[in-house]
Design a binder for this molecule. Structure first.
Ligand SMILES: Cc1cc2nc3c(=O)[nH]c(=O)nc-3n(C[C@H](O)[C@H](O)[C@H](O)COP(=O)(O)O)c2cc1C
Length: 343
């Protein structure tokens, strides 16, 4: 068992990574039923939260069925971070996560996200401000350092633990790497093996198959892994990894019926949470991911992305199941997509 303060997680927990524009409640719902052990919201601007911006407030929505769930905030100002931690308290998530990993210019230039990797003292002050103003367990997600010449995760881990964080998730890239190259897990293993470190250390970066999860578990000794891009359009990755760890066997890939079941759950939750117009619209970008690899899917997809409501979409989903019947699709090997790399 792995524990984050009072939160009890199974051995080698699988975490769904926080992802802006992706890990909203409907997406989290499909990851939860497929085995994610701990999930995070999209990152929320501390400045936005205290300004009462609708977009930021909305990201605070969490549901009982998805617990344990963490709310992630970012910002470069101690007071704003402390105040927003108090706001997060009021919605009672299981934990509060600080984002010190976001590499985008807009965030970094304000000294937030991965920007603080250049100023560890500020990072420590921001963390302290949050820890002191919330009763929730505080965790951090960050990168290895600013660039290859300034990898400082060893110091960062010790100092953040000293000011009271309860777990650390490390993405094995530097800020300057953005998403290029292969994630480097050696520094993550070094942190995990540091005898001074007693909080759980979660590894993050490039996990896209059960084999890789197990290989990295054994090679780097982390307490669990956090999965981002490979879960997009493929939430079954969580159950596949669990099955592989338990049995050493690969689980069969999802059937067409299972794909459609996940689409339905995502769609229904989306409409419930966002309302009938936005819910239907925002769901449109997900169909292609869930139906990837099905031959001749174009026509069905075209219908799904134009139909206006659940009543008209539901019969098309039924048609897809009937049309493809028991067709078995191999597991997709390539999930990663370019262009939207933010954390
Ligand atoms: C679309 C997208 C949005 C992201 N948004 C966030 C975010 O809000 N907060 C965060 O800490 N990381 C964010 N990230 C980074 C991921 O949490 C994760 O660290 C990264 O994708 C590497 O893990 P992976 O190789 O499993 O995808 C985002 C990544 C993507 C692809």
């Amino acid at each position: 068992m792995v524990t984050i303060d009072q939160i009890q997680l199974p051995d080698f927990p699988l975490l769904l990574a926080p992802m802006e524009d992706v890990s909203d409640p409907p997406f989290r719902a499909v990851c939860k039923v497929n085995g994610a052990d701990l999930m995070y919201t999209e990152f929320i601007s501390s400045e936005g939260l205290i300004r009462d911006a609708i977009k930021s407030r909305r990201k605070l929505d969490i549901f009982e069925a998805e617990r344990p769930v963490g709310i992630q905030i970012f910002g470069g100002d101690e007071e704003a971070m402390a105040l927003s931690a108090k706001i997060v308290d009021t919605v009672n998530p299981d934990l509060l996560d600080i984002n010190f990993g976001c590499p985008v210019k807009k965030v970094v230039s304000k000294g937030a996200g991965a920007g603080v990797l250049k100023d560890v003292d500020l990072m420590v002050r921001l963390t302290k401000a949050v820890v002191n103003s919330t009763k929730l367990p505080v965790t951090v997600k960050t990168r290895l350092g600013w660039d290859d010449n300034t990898i400082n995760i060893d110091e960062v881990a010790e100092r953040l633990q000293d000011v009271g964080i309860k777990a650390l998730a490390i993405h094995g890239r530097t800020r300057c790497q953005m998403y290029k190259g292969v994630a480097n897990w050696e520094p993550i293993a070094r942190v995990k093996n540091n005898p001074r470190i007693h909080i759980p250390i979660f590894g993050n970066g490039d996990i896209d198959s059960p084999q890789k999860a197990v290989e990295y578990k054994n090679r780097y000794g982390v307490d669990g892994v956090m999965i981002g891009r490979a879960a997009i359009g493929y939430p079954w990755i969580f159950r596949e990894i669990k099955h592989y760890i338990a049995t050493g066997q690969m689980l069969a890939p999802p059937t067409v019926q299972e794909r459609v079941d996940v689409i339905r759950r995502h769609l229904y939750t989306s409409v419930e949470w966002k309302g009938p117009v936005v819910g239907i619209n925002e769901m449109r970008r997900h169909y292609a991911n869930y139906l990837k690899g099905l031959p001749n899917i174009k026509e069905f997809r075209a219908k799904l992305v134009t139909l206006p409501d659940i009543a008209s979409i539901d019969p098309v989903l039924d048609e897809i199941v009937t049309y493809y019947g028991g067709l078995e699709l191999p597991r997709p090997e390539e999930y990663f997509y370019a262009g939207t790399c933010r954390g």
